[in-house]
Ligand binder design. Structure first.
Ligand SMILES: NC(=O)c1ccc[n+]([C@@H]2O[C@H](COP(=O)([O-])OP(=O)(O)OC[C@H]3O[C@@H](n4cnc5c(N)ncnc54)[C@H](O)[C@@H]3O)[C@@H](O)[C@H]2O)c1
Length: 323
């Protein structure tokens, strides 16, 4: 077997601009909706009390992918990242392994892309900033993606100085909210917290608001109260995943939210279903994260490498010989 390139986080981030990631992730949602790309169910391997692992397969566009990734919300206190793992990319025609990539970077790029894509499609027209609540690895990626799509951001984090730190890194177009209420008052909000505490309590959402709920992507997590979910027009990335593991799971479990009241993002992007009805509607997008999003980002990164392996983002890249 020939040697296989290994993409570190730096190589992944260097190969794909966050603004371009929005477009490749749009393709993923549409191709999955049209059943051109396949995505067997995500498998959770719980590791109580600290977190869980996920095995996430997908195939499409001549490739197959497996992401083995963790979510360990207490890790920042141990100076370790919450999300880590690897992505394996294979050739779907020959079965040969083509690349190994850092899963944290792939995840961050595609999570930022999904949050922003949902906001662009579902929010009412507004030039105002998007608030990002939770400014860890994936919240930072969401903020960077809004900025790449030329929308200013307002940051808030429960950790003292974290929002200021990220604002300093991201630079122009980035502000820090005065407090949580200030952030939640924005017309567009993305929440990217560990999902252990509700951010949107009863009565917090306002008419016309759009919220991309990114943090609660596993069993028992929620960033929004059930009553608030029920006040909103609800969208998700995939019903099967979100109804069991996302913000809407509690409302579904007690029978108050049914399948016919929840739309998936893919059919809206494919032009098969309609999104926001009017400027007063509240829209919430519940993201649990899809392997087809990872596939789209991974194909883009690998394609960039294949087109120009000597390009600056790939300097110093390692290869492993599995033969
Ligand atoms: N939907 C998806 O596709 C997707 C993708 C990746 C990660 N996630 C989930 O997103 C969450 C965050 O992941 P991460 O890698 O960014 O974690 P992280 O630990 O790097 O960041 C979490 C941030 O949230 C902050 N925070 C905690 N509680 C808060 C609160 N009540 N209000 C405001 N800020 C708060 C923390 O201080 C920290 O900065 C995890 O639950 C992870 O599983 C979802």
């Amino acid at each position: 077997m020939p040697s296989v390139p290994v993409f570190s986080a730096g190589h992944v981030y260097g190969a794909l601009d966050p603004g371009d990631a929005v477009e490749v992730v749009r393709t993923a949602f549409v191709e999955h909706t049209r059943e051109n790309w396949q995505m067997p169910s995500k498998l959770y391997v719980s590791s109580p009390p600290d977190g869980d692992f996920r095995a996430m397969p997908a195939s499409g566009a001549g490739y197959a992918l497996l992401k083995w990734v963790s979510s360990f919300p207490n890790n920042p206190a141990r100076a370790l990242p919450t999300v880590t793992g690897v992505v394996l990319l294979s050739d779907a025609a020959t079965g040969q392994l083509l690349a190994i990539l850092d899963a944290g970077a792939v995840t961050a790029l595609r999570t930022g892309a999904a949050a922003v894509l949902a906001a662009e499609v579902l929010a009412r027209p507004t030039l105002g900033p998007a608030a990002v609540v939770g400014c860890g690895v994936n919240g930072r990626a969401v903020a960077a993606t809004f900025l790449a799509r030329e929308r200013e951001v307002l940051l808030w984090d429960a950790r003292p100085n974290q929002a200021q730190l990220v604002a300093g890194e991201l630079g122009e177009g980035t502000g820090v909210a005065a407090d949580l209420a200030d952030a939640l008052a924005a017309d567009i909000v993305a929440t990217v917290t560990p999902g252990r505490e509700v951010i949107f309590h009863d009565g917090t959402l306002h008419a016309g608001q759009h919220v991309s709920l990114m943090g609660a992507d596993g069993p028992g997590k929620a960033e929004i109260a059930v009553e608030e979910v029920l006040r909103a027009r609800v969208f998700c990335d995939e019903w099967e995943q979100a109804s069991h593991n996302g913000d809407i799971a509690a409302a579904v479990a007690d029978g108050r939210l049914t399948r016919d009241r929840v739309a998936e993002l893919g059919p809206i992007l494919a032009g098969e279903e309609s999104g926001r009805a009017d400027e007063h509607e509240i829209t919430v997008f519940d993201s649990t994260g899809l392997a087809v999003q990872d596939l789209a980002v991974t194909i883009a990164v690998y394609g960039s490498f294949r087109a120009n392996p000597g390009a600056e983002p790939f300097v110093g890249m390692n290869e492993v010989d599995l033969g």
